[in-house]
Design a protein around this ligand. Sequence first.
Ligand SMILES: *Cc1c(COP(=O)(O)O)cnc(C)c1O
Length: 236
Amino acid sequence: MGRREELAAALATVQGRIRAACDACGRDSAEITLVVVTKNFPMEDLVHLSALGVRHIGENRSQEAENKLDRLAAVCPEARTALNVHFIGQLQTNKATSVARYADVVHSVDRIRLVEALDRGADRAERSMDVLVQVSLDGQQGRGGIDVAGLPQIVEQVARSSRLHLRGVMAVAPPGADADSAFSELAAAATVLRSYDTSARVISAGMSSDLEAAIRRGSTLLRVGNAILGTRTPTG
Ligand SMILES: *Cc1c(COP(=O)(O)O)cnc(C)c1O
């Protein structure tokens, strides 16, 4: 089986899981956006995924993403144009300018200075960008994300920006935690965010191992890597 067929089969399996999870809780799978996380996998996989109809990909390291997307634009410009790029990793302020050149959505916004830096970067690139506020669940430390208490300040700063649009929240379930309770906590944070900005409706939650729990708890956007691309050891 070639790589494209392998990806097609895995993609179909994940889409089946999404439909089944939606059926089980009475949701419409059309409400759910699937972002295929391509970190650690080569540019050629983006060509295959694009040909298979994937429209959203996720990357978590700035340099890797930029190199891969530049090469894709050179080799297969129509695939590059067709893909919406989601930046999902922790982001240093000094990388914001480069991320603003290529990302359509940044999921990991968790501090005022990063909002400012992304806005400056987007302005320089003459683009606009969607942003999600990363929320830390269960008091988890050190993996990015803010407390719900910090939401209003971020909302205010995004509202002051000229190039950024606030779209919702994002979280990663803490390792070992009960995914349902973690994602319920995120749904509560999403409700708080909507009380400040009614248009911020995206809930980015759910990965290969916990997408069913995320769907049960209201996720509107899944970030799925290994279940589609496999678990090949990264070669860089
Ligand atoms: C890698 C990654 C994912 C995808 O995880 P899988 O277990 O491969 O599905 C999702 N979200 C974030 C933030 C990631 O870094």
